[in-house]
Design a binder for this molecule. Structure first.
Ligand SMILES: NC(=O)c1ccc[n+]([C@@H]2O[C@H](COP(=O)([O-])OP(=O)(O)OC[C@H]3O[C@@H](n4cnc5c(N)ncnc54)[C@H](OP(=O)(O)O)[C@@H]3O)[C@@H](O)[C@H]2O)c1
Length: 297
């Protein structure tokens, strides 16, 4: 277990909070960044809430400090990174400037003398059906060009994305219910992220992180019925229905990206080799039933 200092860039989102918590559990000192640390920052984290996000509570952990930085514009990065041994780079989901943001942060980390850099990518980054995946692929190449020693993590979609709906009793998705997914537990991903920050993963390595089982949304609902002991239904809506419902606040390129993602999911789901995650964890990864049991106890 390390005693180093790590900076988590983009720390207030779903992923960042999980990585901060895992790094603290590993004994690391964490510098977490937000554009507005006074507002969103204390909303961290040692246990997951039923909504699949982290509970808004301050840890009071003296090893956690918050720093103002903007991952997209690069403002504040130098200060947040100076003095850190390692940095975890998270760019906001479906952000059109992912590649530029990754270049900025990679340069800033190198100039600050950060020894280890870990980039949070996605599985199948070169899937041409999804522009935001292609940006991840281009960003990976940018990281590799600037920092060949960087570690790249490529998670599948998280189980936590569907956890709140399952707990609430209804899964509704804008793609076919039979599409296969190897959704992964975000806390398993974060455990690997913390190990990477701690220098336990080979420099320059890239790792696919898929969950241990292939399940459709219909099967996720069936498992949830058994584990929760109450009705959990599943239904598919059309992309147009999603746009005027849950997606009503999304526009521009983010809307296009998400609709393209749903079309790809409808076509072939999203499956990823589960073997690397089990090997990296040194234990079987968390199943959907285990996650539901944990969240409902
Ligand atoms: N969800 C999944 O299943 C999944 C699976 C694989 C990979 N990923 C990847 O994981 C990454 C993180 O996703 P996430 O949902 O956890 O994080 P997120 O909430 O999309 O973004 C992380 C943080 O970025 C900051 N941010 C948001 N918009 C910004 C903007 N316009 N300019 C600058 N900063 C901004 C926010 O922090 P402040 O407001 O505090 O600054 C936010 O908390 C994404 O790249 C996504 O593609 C997600």
């Amino acid at each position: 277990m390390g005693a180093g200092t790590v900076t988590v860039l983009g720390a207030t989102g779903k992923t960042g909070r999980a990585v901060v918590a895992a790094a603290l559990r590993r004994g690391l000192t964490v510098r977490a960044t937000s554009r507005d640390p006074g507002h969103g920052a204390p909303a961290v984290v040692t246990s997951g809430g039923p909504d699949g996000t982290r509970s808004p509570q301050a840890t009071g952990d003296p090893r956690l400090s918050w720093h103002r930085a903007d991952v997209v514009t690069g403002e504040g990065l130098a200060d947040a990174l100076t003095g850190a041994d390692a940095a975890y780079l998270i760019v906001p989901n479906v952000h059109p400037a992912e590649v530029e943001a990754v270049e900025l942060a990679t340069r800033a980390a190198t100039e600050a003398g950060v020894e280890r850099l870990v980039y949070h990518s996605v599985a199948d980054p070169d899937d041409a059906r999804m522009a935001h995946h292609l940006r991840k692929g281009a960003a990976e190449r940018a990281v590799r060009r600037l920092r060949p020693d960087a570690v790249v993590l490529r998670p599948c979609a998280y189980l936590q994305n569907l956890l709140p709906s399952a707990v609430a009793g209804h899964l509704e998705v804008p793609y076919r219910l039979s599409a296969p997914f190897s959704l992964v537990d975000l806390d398993d991903v974060a455990e690997v992220a913390a190990a990477a920050l701690d220098g336990r993963l080979e420099p320059g390595s890239t790792h696919d992180l898929g969950g241990p089982e292939v399940l459709s949304v219909l099967q996720l609902a069936e498992v949830a019925v058994t584990v929760l002991g109450r009705p959990v239904s599943a239904s598919a809506v059309t992309p147009e229905q999603w746009r005027s419902g849950p997606g009503a606040g999304v526009d521009g390129s983010a809307l296009e990206d998400l609709l393209a993602m749903f079309a790809a999911y409808d076509q072939s789901g999203f499956t990823v080799d589960p073997a690397p995650l089990a090997r990296l964890l040194g234990r079987p990864p968390t199943t959907w039933a285990q996650l539901l049991t944990k969240e409902s106890s």
